[in-house]
Ligand binder design. Structure first.
Ligand code: HSE
Length: 311
């Protein structure tokens, strides 16, 4: 037998400023492609990685996609031979959930290959194993939206449970990836273990308000709610030109501005595609003043999750 499946899984914005480790949303682009084929043997191998400039290891247990696949097969108690090809189509260390996109595409492809023994939320758990390896913590705010699509609230980690939040029809998102690299592990290590009570109060109020804003299509409330009193004060110093980029985004009409995941990518919400594109250009121009190149993505939130390319 040599059945092959090919799956695209998207980038995601973890935290969305207001929900550290508990909120994330899916983007339409960029993303990664995983191709998986049954072989006659009983070994799982990553046989090819493209688009990574040689940065990613092919050893199964050192690769987020490989780890997720290995854990899933162990759980299912089966030992099929599988060849995996990973095509990276997004930057690594970008704050766009690059490791999550690979793991999400891999578990989704494996589930398809095996005729779907697991539910999407079960797939999230195995993809999280890859995140644990990549960042030192099994956070789900990138893998859950990459697998489920939309805006996802991680309601509980033990056991994992998520809520798919409503996505207002005119909500647009801009993500700008400046040409800087930040490792999530490092960006997590600079955060304190505990926070001031006042910041906890402000952050919980903001998160609750954000959920209300999504339910009521209230963009004014959304604009006031997308704030980060926890991670941003520590992490913004890792992003050269953060404050100027924020000002540029808000001047161009953005509803909000913050760090995507652990950075260096930044993101804004807008109420139209035109504004989202202008905001992208304004942020990019602001980075360009510091001689930092950047890539812009602007569009709607991806509500479909991974895409099966070939079956
Ligand atoms: N929630 C994670 C963090 C996202 O902020 O460390 C990493 O993309």
């Amino acid at each position: 037998m040599s059945k092959t499946v090919k799956v695209f899984a998207c980038a995601s914005v973890g935290n969305m400023s207001v929900g550290f480790d508990v909120l994330g949303c899916a983007l339409n682009e960029p993303g990664d492609i995983v191709e998986m084929t049954f072989t006659e043997g009983s070994e799982v191998r990553i046989v090819e990685i493209t688009g990574d400039d040689g940065k990613l290891p092919k050893e199964l247990m050192k690769n987020t996609a490989g780890i997720a696949v290995a854990k899933m097969l162990k759980h299912l108690n089966i030992e099929p031979g599988i060849d995996i090809k990973l095509h990276k189509q997004m930057p690594i260390g970008s704050g766009l959930g690059s490791s999550a996109a690979s793991a999400a595409a891999a578990v989704y492809a494996l589930n398809k290959l095996l005729s779907e023994p697991l539910t999407p939320i079960e797939l999230v758990k195995f993809a999280m194993e890859g995140e644990k390896f990549a960042s030192g913590a099994a956070h789900a705010d990138n893998v859950a939206p990459a697998i489920l699509g939309g805006i996802i609230l991680i309601r509980k980690y033990e056991p994992l449970d998520v809520i798919s939040l409503p996505v207002p029809q005119n909500l647009h998102i801009t993500v700008v990836h400046p040409d800087l690299v930040i490792s999530t592990k490092e960006a997590r290590s600079i955060l304190p273990d505990s926070f001031e009570r006042i910041d906890y109060i402000k952050q919980s109020a903001a998160l609750a308000s954000f959920v209300q804003a999504l339910h009521t299509n209230d963009f004014n409330l959304l604009s006031e709610s997308v704030v980060d009193h926890l991670a941003e004060p520590y992490r913004k110093s890792l992003i050269n030109g953060f404050d100027a980029a924020k000002q540029a985004a808000l001047n161009a009409g953005a509803l909000s501005f913050g760090i995507s995941g652990s950075g260096p990518s930044v993101f804004s919400f807008s109420s139209s595609l035109e504004t989202a594109q202008q905001v992208g250009q304004a942020i990019s121009d602001s980075f360009a003043h510091l001689n930092i190149n950047s890539e812009i993505y602007a569009g709607k939130i991806n509500q479909n999750g991974p895409k099966l390319i070939v079956e």
